[in-house]
Design a protein around this ligand. Structure first.
Ligand code: CMP
Length: 135
């Protein structure tokens, strides 16, 4: 079993599609093992996205991700990291296939509704950052 970190971003919460996104994760067979709603501090946002520091979209990304509450989750299942990434679709919603969360609900690369860890290392780092757990 693998665990991964999933975050429903402020646009997903504002647009009331939290239930839809969780429904898709659960329909796939994934289990929500921890969940909370929180407002990201600038510090937590910058730490979470530290790999993008210095990129031209970084400041706007931090502004967006701190613009309202997010839902942070620990999600468990067989190949959970890859399963979540398939359900989310391409980072750019315009390139994401219909049937994926971003393909069905998104239009712009920044406001792409949902984040999922991209590797085992990232999932461990992100889970401990948001939930103070070492998995
Ligand atoms: P995420 O998968 O959470 O990882 C980094 C985030 O930065 C990404 O989703 C988008 O929200 C945002 N992002 C990535 N590329 C760009 C870009 N070219 N312009 C604006 N935002 C971006």
């Amino acid at each position: 079993m693998e665990t991964t970190f999933v975050m429903i971003k402020p646009d997903g919460v504002k647009r009331r599609i939290v239930g839809e996104i969780i429904h898709r994760l659960e329909k796939k067979g994934l289990e929500i093992v921890d969940i909370k709603l929180l407002n990201l501090s600038k510090e937590l946002a910058e730490e979470h996205y530290s790999e993008h520091k210095g990129k031209e979209f970084f400041d706007q990304l931090i502004e967006y991700i701190t613009s309202g509450p997010v839902i942070a989750m620990v999600v468990k299942g067989n190949n959970a990291i890859q399963a979540v990434r398939q359900l989310m679709g391409n980072t750019d919603p315009i390139k994401a296939a219909p049937g994926t969360i971003r393909g069905d609900y998104g239009l712009t690369i920044r406001e792409n509704l949902v984040h999922g860890s991209d590797s085992l290392e990232s999932s461990k780092r992100e889970i401990s950052l948001f939930f103070n757990k070492n998995l």
